[in-house]
Design a protein around this ligand. Structure first.
Ligand code: SF4
Length: 469
């Protein structure tokens, strides 16, 4: 998770960055920050909380400049500490470097060890600082910025969408498997924005140009976008969970509408796992599009059984089980009149530990439902994620320990059905070989110690060849 955005324009950009990050808030709610450059110095502000809480009145006015970047954080590598809040800002040899990252490196420890051996001192436990150290080290040793990015991409492994600002110039690059999303667009009156999801572009009135191609870097400068293809792969490995849960339904990722994918999963799920019921209801919000698909195909009326309090965060990204359980009760309230005496199909995006599903089903029963059939718009999650999603260990994943029948019993559903992997891939509309399905299959798109690799064959290509817009 994590959301990132960078803007270069011919107007003061802190307000636009604020709204871009606000649109990406679903990707991380622990902390956030903005750094801007005013042709002389870098202005910066960051803190814990939601974007609207961090940037209280007056703060944005102090973040002057026409170039800048920002981050909303969901803690993975490094834990929840003030020093790990991004952007990270550095000064070295008359250069200023600010950097934000979405993803997770799997060779952070080796790289830290190597750079510490060269005398580099790290002030955070974040993998993002390792990326910054590599870039700075290359620049200090006289390499061009393109060479520094190329060297960095050849040496870091894992998932990464990175935006950095070096001496007021904005750069971005995306890992060669394209695991994490990154796209860019332009403002009508000049300037560009690069961000995790297209909703950030929509929020500031920018037009989506395209996604950053996996293995590509771009430089955004004074009205121009200069792309360089650094690495290439046989096929990408886009994270399927962006489509299932992470991304906002109104985003378009790698040319695919997230809403349409979710709706199609519901359509296919209704065929694969039918139920006899009085109403179909989503578990809001990420189950909503799939529930509309399920209802339209099954012919069962769509009626909301649960109403979401919009001021409670996403339960999956809360840090403890107790907080998550309390949040379910605070977040979802049943509509008694829709469910009393009824048989209900509930459509949810996924089952992780099973505890949230059990609480929701108990809540719907408590308000009078006779039967609760749970339909899940993802296959069972059976393995951890090493690439940026804080899924729990194999032992904590309920579907790793139990069969679908056993999970149904544990969560006390009348019936339980998941979409098949084939159905999910059909709904996304790209071949299986273009997706990361590690947490669903236990096969990962790159070599991870102790895990099975689904080979994607990363190769270097001419590092400075322009790919053209
Ligand atoms: S393992 Fe799962 S959550 Fe992690 S990147 Fe792959 S598909 Fe996404």
């Amino acid at each position: 998770m994590c959301g990132i955005a960078g803007i270069v324009a011919n107007f003061e950009i802190s307000g636009s960055l604020y709204w871009a990050l606000h649109a990406l808030q679903h990707r991380g709610q622990e902390s956030g920050g903005i750094s801007t450059y005013d042709n002389e110095i870098v202005h910066k502000y960051k803190g814990f909380g939601l974007v609207s809480e961090i940037f209280a009145s007056g703060i944005l006015q102090n973040l002057s400049g026409k170039t800048g970047l920002g981050h909303v954080r969901y803690p993975t590598t490094g834990g929840s500490k003030p020093e790990n809040i991004q952007p990270f800002n550095f000064l070295f040899r008359n250069h200023s470097l600010s950097i934000v990252h979405n993803g997770n490196l799997i060779n952070t420890n080796e790289l830290r060890h190597e750079y510490e051996g060269r005398g580099h001192i790290f002030s955070t436990t974040s993998d993002t600082e390792v990326i910054a150290a590599i870039l700075a080290n290359e620049i200090i040793h006289g390499h061009t910025i393109d060479e520094a990015i190329s060297f960095c991409m050849r040496n870091i492994r894992g998932s990464y969408a990175v935006i950095f600002m070096l001496d007021g110039v904005l750069y971005a690059f995306r890992d060669p498997l394209g695991i994490k999303p990154l796209c860019f667009g332009e403002f009508e009156n000049g300037g560009h924005i690069v961000a995790s999801e297209s909703v950030a572009l929509d929020a500031v009135g920018a037009k989506l140009l395209r996604d950053v191609v996996p293995g590509e870097s771009i430089c955004l400068k004074a009205g121009n976008v200069s792309p360089h293809r650094i690495m290439t792969v046989k096929s990408p490995a886009h994270c399927v969970f962006e489509y299932i849960y992470f991304a906002r339904a109104d985003s378009v990722i790698d040319g695919i509408s997230v809403y349409d994918v979710r709706q199609k999963t519901g359509v296919l799920l209704a065929g694969e796992s039918p139920a006899k019921a009085d109403i179909v209801s989503p578990v809001p919000d990420s189950g909503t599009a799939a529930a509309t698909g399920y209802a339209s195909t099954s012919g069962i009326p769509f009626r909301e059984a649960l109403i979401k309090n919009r001021y409670i965060g996403r339960t999956f990204i809360m840090s403890t089980q107790t907080k998550r359980e309390m949040a379910v009760r605070m977040k979802l309230n049943p509509v008694r009149g829709h469910i009393t005496g009824k048989s209900v199909v509930l459509v949810d995006d996924s089952i992780v530990r099973g505890t949230t599903s059990r609480h929701i089903i108990a809540l719907v029963r408590e308000f009078g439902a006779n039967e609760v059939h749970l339909r899940v718009a993802s296959p069972p999650i059976i393995a951890p994620c090493y690439l940026g999603t804080d899924f729990p260990t194999r032992e904590e994943l309920i579907s790793n320990r139990k069969s679908v029948v056993e999970v149904r019993k544990a969560i006390e559903a009348t019936s339980l059905g998941h979409i098949s992997l084939e159905g999910l891939i059909k709904a996304i509309g790209v071949p299986y070989s273009h997706l990361c399905t590690g947490c669903l299959t236990g096969k990962y798109p790159l070599a991870i110690d102790g895990e099975e690799e689904d080979f994607h064959g990363i190769e270097m290509i001419d590092p400075y060849k322009s790919s053209g817009l």
